[in-house]
Design a protein. Structure first.
Length: 698
């Protein structure tokens, strides 16, 4: 710690208009060494170096006034012993030390914490680091800093931008929840919105569904998963007459139905881990990680909206945010209440069985009570239907085919779910620090992992018959449990969930291998729904191998590697409906099994101990993403085969995971609102272009 010399320049104050040169009265402290950069110096490609140089020039030239706006300080590493721990998202003394190093400010404790905001906090325990660290991104409000600590002036004058480490932004980035974004949008475009919704016709682009908006357009949103909820929210905020149709039950009843499944083996085919309020992700780990750009405006808007409905603000800061089922349930209740206040009619237990089509355009839906099978079906008219049914609505894919709607088979991945005792994963990842986990109540996060192996099929050592395919871990649930996500009693498919604390004894993750039309062809499965049949084939095999009653076939990883069944009494599993020892080589075609085996041996090199007798493989994980895509217009989001139909979210092949599904629903909501003349601009003008094509996983 430095002591301030009495003659220190720190005592002088420079008025805002003069840019002083500083004479240092003390030895300049060493500049901050940033750990954890992926590649540095000589190891950069020449093109990368050039790009970096350009960016550097650009940001250096950009700083018009260092003493205004926000400075963003990135990659500030604080060791575990100096950090209050994962749940603290403020500015600690340890973090102030790191900030002071970047500013070359000699007395960290004199920096006012109010001037700094943590915008990201992650835990980095990669083996190549000398020691695990919390890594921060912090925003510094210079105005506040200088008014609270004028002696920082000299140090700001010396601060130079460095790409990715120290960057200047003229003003703080504005973000807000979707409700505020739409309110602001409506204020700016007030004239248009009120005129548009009273007497204008649609201004949608050519080919889109034009609708006279003298009355509110009547829109049905089918499915209350993240994509359906966000589409309904946008449309209702813009004043559409929205009905949300959900075959499953509201979270209160759904919780009881899931309880009956887990305790009494009673599967409600319409209210389970896949169907019901909130969609497939409600009884989940609630991971909010996404591959569509964590800092993009659209993802921030979704995250802020979740906070608006009750998610903790920490999800905006946490490097790997997750909610857990216990937080998702009340959040969804709040979401529902808000929609109802906006006038949305929500009908649970209402399954859409068919589309009503007239003159090549959707004019409504045929629905039935999903609980009372004796009740008659009804026909309800709508101006448009947003289809947000998720990837388990296999019956609805058939309905779409019956209307000659294009469905394009899409690659996805299948495999097994691996489970280790959480303690094993903690010590694989954290070594000595593992004791700090304390079942989610400790300083460091419950450990997770992400592993991936690309198998080219050319290497002599690679599995036989393998063409290029990847094997990767997916939907890792630290401190979680393996759950049954079947929607039919003759099929077994599994997934993982956890509660917010991630306090269970187990760590599970899917280990899956990519599959494509070639694989379906081998089993003589062809046509648009070949992928669905492919999934079903292995789900039924798994059910038979388990022997019924939702018992899941399992094998220790060591036995799986040796293709043998040496133990009939397997290690314990978190799966509540029972497991049965089986040789899982008998489930998938040989090339999938060999890819899994080969990749496991690679993962064990990365994480020695990953292959162990305590690790148990469960069969099968098949619904990693949708097996089809429903083509739609890029701008209007309308189906290319049927007017008035708007396919969105994971089931339509445009998202994978809670956040990307919500983003897709949000963009679709704007597109539909625009097509019906409820707004004159698309969401792109506010949040930028959507990044949600193809299949994205989380
Ligand atoms: C157990 C589990 C854990 C998961 N964990 C995570 C995680 O941690 N993080 C993450 O990002 N993602 C997770 N996912 C994936 C995530 O849930 C999905 O990607 C996401 O929910 C897709 O959203 P969606 O709105 O497109 O579809 P869905 O969420 O599947 O919603 C579709 C809805 O439509 C309803 N529906 C279907 N057909 C009809 C019909 N004919 N009539 C009326 N309603 C209908 C369904 O009941 C369902 O509620 C998990 C999934 C599962 C199953």
């Amino acid at each position: 710690m430095f002591l301030l010399p009495s003659t220190s320049k720190l005592c002088s104050f420079h008025p805002p208009n003069s840019i002083p040169t500083r004479v240092l009265p003390y030895a300049r402290p060493q500049t901050l060494r940033i750990l954890g950069a992926k590649r540095a110096g000589k190891r950069r490609y020449p093109s990368e170096k050039k790009e970096l140089k350009l960016k550097h020039k650009e940001i250096a030239g950009d700083v018009k006034n260092k003493y205004e706006g926000i400075w963003r300080l990135s990659k500030l590493g604080v060791s575990v012993d100096k950090d209050p721990g994962k749940d603290f998202l403020g500015v600690s003394d340890g973090l102030l030390e790191q900030i002071a190093k970047v500013l070359e400010f000699p007395v960290p404790s004199m920096l006012p914490t109010e001037a700094f905001t943590v915008v990201r906090k992650s835990f980095d325990a990669r083996k190549r680091l000398k020691e695990p660290k919390f890594v921060y991104i912090v925003e510094m409000d210079v105005d506040k800093l200088l008014s609270l600590e004028p002696r920082a002036w000299d140090f700001i004058s010396e601060l130079e931008p460095k790409v990715g480490l120290v960057e200047h932004m003229p003003e703080a980035r504005k973000s807000g929840d979707l409700i505020n974004i739409i309110q602001d949008f409506k204020k700016v475009h007030q004239g248009f919105v009120s005129r548009g919704s009273v007497n204008n016709r649609s201004n949608g682009s050519e080919g889109s569904h034009a609708h006279p908006t003298a009355t509110k357009p009547k829109i049905a949103v089918v499915g209350s998963g993240p994509s359906g909820l966000f589409a309904a929210l946008v449309l209702a905020e813009f004043g559409a007459d929205v009905t949300l149709l959900e075959r499953g039950q509201p979270v209160e009843q759904r919780g009881r139905d899931i309880g009956a499944l887990v305790v009494r083996r009673m599967l409600q085919t319409e209210s389970n881990f896949c169907f019901g309020e909130g969609g497939a992700g409600t009884w989940s780990d609630g991971k909010l990680v996404t591959r569509i750009g964590r800092n993009s405006g659209s993802v921030l808007a979704v995250m802020e909206t979740l906070v608006h409905f009750g998610a903790p603000e920490g999800i905006l800061v946490d490097g790997k945010p997750h909610l857990g089922t216990d937080r998702l349930v009340p959040l969804l209740r709040n979401f529902r209440q808000h929609l109802q206040q906006l006038g949305v009619t929500i009908k649970f237990g209402t399954r859409v069985d068919d589309l009503l089509v007239d003159n090549a355009q959707v004019v409504g839906v045929k629905v039935s009570d999903s609980v009372d099978r004796q009740s008659n079906s009804q026909k309800w008219g709508y101006d448009a239907v947003v289809l947000a049914v998720g990837h388990s609505a296999r019956d609805f894919y058939q309905t779409l085919l019956s209307h000659n709607i294009d469905l394009i088979p899409k690659d996805f991945a299948v495999g097994l779910r691996i489970e280790h005792p959480q303690e094993v994963v903690n010590s694989l990842q954290y070594s000595g620090l593992a004791t700090e986990v304390r079942r989610g109540r400790g300083k460091v996060p419950v450990a997770d992992y992400k592993v991936a192996k690309y198998v080219s099929g050319k290497d002599g050592e690679e599995p036989s018959g393998a063409t290029s395919r990847s094997c990767y871990s997916f939907c890792m649930c630290p401190g979680g449990q393996v759950v049954l996500t079947s929607t039919n009693p003759s099929e077994i498919c599994i997934n993982g969930m956890s509660f917010s604390k991630r306090a269970s004894k187990w760590a599970n993750a899917a280990l899956v291998v990519t599959v494509s039309a070639k694989d379906f062809d081998v089993l003589n499965l062809r046509g648009p729904l070949a992928g669905v049949e492919f999934q079903r084939e292995f789900e039924q095999r798994a059910a038979r191998m388990g022997g019924g009653n939702f018992v899941v076939p399992v094998q220790t990883v060591t036995d799986f590697m040796d293709n043998k069944l040496s133990v009939t009494s397997v290690p314990p599993s978190s799966y509540r409906l029972g497991v049965k020892a089986a040789n899982l080589h008998e489930i998938f075609p040989i090339h999938i099994t060999e890819t899994l085996q080969h990749s496991l041996s690679v993962f064990d090199k990365e994480l020695p101990g990953f292959i162990s007798k305590e690790a148990l493989l469960h069969g099968v994980e098949t619904r990693t993403s949708s097996p089809i895509q429903i083509p739609r217009n890029n701008d209007t989001y309308e189906s290319t085969s049927l007017k008035g139909l708007y396919p969105v979210g994971e089931g339509a092949g445009y998202a994978g995971g809670i956040v990307s599904a919500a983003v897709d629903g949000m963009y679709a909501g704007f597109a539909v609102a625009k097509n019906f003349g409820l707004c004159n601009e698309g969401i792109e003008s506010i949040l930028g272009k959507a990044r949600s094509a193809g299949f994205l996983e989380y």
